[in-house]
Write a protein of this length. Structure first.
Length: 179
């Protein structure tokens, strides 16, 4: 899907999204290695960041997310250059048509351009015809992205501390948007 008129310093640009496959794992990993250090340097120690990157973005972890966990990944392109990615999935069917946004990341040079908003709108445009009634996500309680999510209509429903091993915890807000 193409989205014209994404603004970067007042210059119209073309944005498109592609559903990612196993063949895109290296690209997703490459993007995460460019995005995470600037996104989390004020929140995580370098050692914890390295641990989490390996835990969530190693080729085997990304493969597991795509194949076993059935997370759907999309890659955002700006003028044909990969500039971000997201992943989402349907949650437990017994809970109704609820979806979870697992990841959404944009290169620092593209933040503030409206790309993140377009990525969320793109995902919502896919899941609403599937019967989605809500979209939920986790965000670190110290991550400035919380304000971005609030502007997109998400609100905090609870806090959660997730033990991710090695003595590390993800201290998150669970945020939800009713569709």
């Amino acid at each position: 899907m193409n989205y014209p008129n994404l603004r970067k310093k007042g210059i119209p640009a073309m944005v498109s999204f592609k559903k990612a496959g196993i063949e895109d794992i290296a690209l997703i990993r490459e993007l995460s290695l460019k995005i995470w250090p600037q996104t989390y340097s004020a929140i995580l120690t370098p050692v914890q960041m390295d641990y989490m990157l390996e835990m969530m973005y190693s080729p085997s972890s990304l493969n597991e997310q795509m194949v076993q966990k059935q997370h759907i990944f999309i890659i955002a392109y700006h003028n044909e250059e990969a500039v971000g990615f997201a992943s989402y999935s349907h949650t437990d069917a017994s809970a109704g048509s609820h979806y979870r946004l697992h990841k959404i990341y944009v290169l620092p040079s593209m933040q503030g351009t409206g790309l993140g908003k377009k990525m969320i709108e793109h995902i919502i445009s896919i899941i609403i015809p599937l019967g989605a009634v809500s979209l939920e996500l986790n965000v670190n309680r110290h991550n400035k992205a919380k304000g971005f999510y609030e502007k997109q209509g998400f609100s905090i429903v609870r806090e959660e501390d997730i033990d991710i091993g090695n003595g590390y915890f993800m201290n998150d807000y669970i945020m939800k948007k009713t569709l």
